[in-house]
Ligand binder design. Structure first.
Ligand code: MLC
Ligand code: AMP
Length: 503
């Protein structure tokens, strides 16, 4: 039976003894062994009565097992819903409830926090740990290493990735098999990935970059990944001699450049370095070339669309730009007010259309209609410009968003929590330059009349509801927020006022 995603990414390797993952400590996992594990997981999920289209929420540490759950979902026609391991119980509750997940797979050490969530949401809870133990792995061990792949077509949904919104409520972006496959194929061709490639993988696997961009391309071409649990500069440098390619957020590159161990000799054999998820400073691009002789290839994408543009593999990789639309992707710059297409050179909203563009937000038709036009163009919320040679640059954002170390933080979500704290009249959350994370979060508070704010108590209080990376690194108090004549908070002036906070 046909299942385009499973057959193309996974099924083609069923009998392959080639290495898929190089793991810390020197062990390896072959494609065949990985897929046997995935088939056991698929068997168990089906036996648990999960049916095509059901959601599988997963909050587990980066591990081969976590990837095998992704493969199992594809094979069983289930929807994979990966969650950041930094999310708090409050955040997870929302995702499980909103998605109607049938099962939550979590690390054993999170069981206590996940149990009440699963009970309240009538979802089953099983554990799967990064060392391959846990109730799920234990039960799966007795299942056959083959599974009858569930028939699907390209329009069937393969994954939900939650992305926050300007209203503070996260939205489940529905990605189909066709969305993922078309993008993996376009990227593999553009970046010339082959079975000879060994990708140095230190990204998390609960977001587009580490999961779909890095992993799907490797699976498609039958290459290998050096699968590190997280970014650690010395481990990266130790592994680099075994790699041919690397993908990372800009913080990876600035941290590598800060290490004297990262030398031209060390990087000489590498075929390709790719950056994305946040703006790569032209300065970093230049320093990297000076140090290594390699020009980083920068590309641009997002949760809802996978990748949209890329600098060219063979032609000039232009610093400060994100290159050209990928094969099959249309991109235009439009007037934010009227939606009219603007001539090249003018700054406007970036809109994209193509097989990569998602199917909408789960059970949020109004939100979907606001961002996804009837003609298929998706309004990205990024502001861009196309130069005379066709290179696209991102020059700003038309959405209130902070990107810190490649993670997105929507100020509204943080402001809603801050506004609820004792003695707080109102708040504004802004992103300011940060030498390591690119941008970092500052929370500006105004106290209610007669109140003195206890900033430590506020920090402690919000920590139970917000993942660590979303929490303001600095809280400051102002007598009032700057506003324009319409009463709108002037975040630009606040960003200027606090621009040197972390420098
Ligand atoms: C960790 N912390 C962060 C943070 N990462 N704070 C803000 N922003 C981040 N990105 C917190 C930790 O909890 C810790 O808090 C403190 O900061 C210092 O931690 P660290 O040890 O220095 O951080 P580290 O673990 O090294 O992580 C930094 C990082 C990581 C940059 C390596 O954040 C990372 O892997 N980012 C990649 C994100 C990513 O994959 N984005 C792709 C999204 S997809 P404390 O209090 O405990 O000290 C997408 C689409 C596309 O955007 O185009 O790709
Ligand atoms: P996410 O919602 O996590 O998928 O983040 C997507 C957002 O990251 C995009 O809308 C952009 O604002 C930003 N982004 C991704 N790649 C780049 C890049 N190369 N340069 C600048 N911004 C980027």
């Amino acid at each position: 039976m046909a299942n385009p995603l499973y057959d193309t990414l996974f099924g083609q390797h069923l009998q392959s003894d080639a290495v898929f993952l190089q793991l810390p400590g020197g062990s390896t996992l072959t494609y065949a062994n990985f897929l046997n594990m995935a088939a056991q997981y698929a068997g168990l999920l089906s036996q648990m009565d999960l049916k095509k289209g059901d959601r599988v929420a997963v909050q587990i540490e980066k591990s081969p097992e976590a990837l095998a759950v992704y493969a199992a979902c594809a094979q069983a026609g289930l929807i994979f819903l990966p969650l950041n391991t930094a999310y708090t119980a409050d955040e997870i509750t929302y995702f499980v409830e909103n998605s109607g997940a049938a099962i939550v797979l979590g690390d054993e050490k999170m069981r206590e926090g996940l149990e009440p969530i699963a009970t309240a949401c009538q979802a089953r809870l099983e554990t799967l740990n990064a060392d391959g133990t846990g109730s799920f792995a234990q039960q799966a061990a007795s299942f056959p290493t083959t599974f009858d792949t569930v028939s699907c077509d390209e329009d069937d949904l393969a994954a939900f990735l939650y992305t926050s919104g300007t209203t503070g409520r996260s939205k489940g972006a529905m990605l189909s098999q066709g969305n993922l496959l078309s993008n993996a194929k376009a990227l593999q061709a553009e970046w010339r990935f082959t079975a000879d490639d060994v990708l140095l993988h230190a990204l998390p696997i609960f977001h587009t970059h580490g999961l779909f961009v890095a992993t799907n391309i490797t699976l498609l071409c039958g290459g290998q990944m050096i699968f590190l649990p997280k970014f650690d500069v010395d481990q990266m440098i130790d592994a680099l001699p075994r790699a041919t390619t690397m993908m990372g957020v800009p913080t990876f590159y600035t941290r590598l450049l800060a290490s004297p161990r990262f030398t031209k000799t060390l990087a000489a054999h590498m075929r390709l370095f790719i950056s994305g998820s946040a703006p790569l400073l032209a300065e970093t691009h230049i320093q990297f070339e000076e140090r290594t002789g390699h020009r980083i290839l920068e590309r641009y994408g997002m949760t809802e669309t996978n990748m949209n543009t890329s600098n060219p593999y063979d032609a000039e990789r232009r610093a400060g730009t994100v290159g050209f639309p990928l094969a099959g992707v249309e991109l235009k710059i439009t007037d934010s007010q009227t939606g009219a297409t603007l001539p090249d050179g003018e700054i406007g909203e970036i809109e994209v259309r193509g097989p990569n563009v998602f199917k909408g937000y789960w059970q949020m038709p109004e939100k979907t209609a606001e961002e996804l036009r009837a003609d298929g163009f998706f309004i990205t919320g990024d502001l861009g410009q196309i130069d005379p040679d066709g290179y696209v640059s991102i020059v700003g954002r038309n959405k209130d968003l902070i990107i810190s170390g490649g993670y997105n933080i929507y100020p509204k979500e943080v402001e809603l929590l801050l506004d609820d704290q004792d003695g707080v009249l109102e708040s504004a959350v802004i992103g300011v330059p940060h030498p390591d994370f690119g941008e970092s979060v500052v929370g500006v508070l105004v106290a209610q009349d007669g109140h003195t704010l206890d900033l430590d108590a506020i920090k402690t209080s919000i920590a139970t509801s917000l993942a660590r990376f979303k929490q303001p690194q600095k809280l400051v108090v102002l007598p009032e927020l700057p506003r324009n004549t319409m009463g709108k908070v002037q975040k630009k002036s606040l960003r200027e006022l606090f621009s040197k906070t972390f420098s």
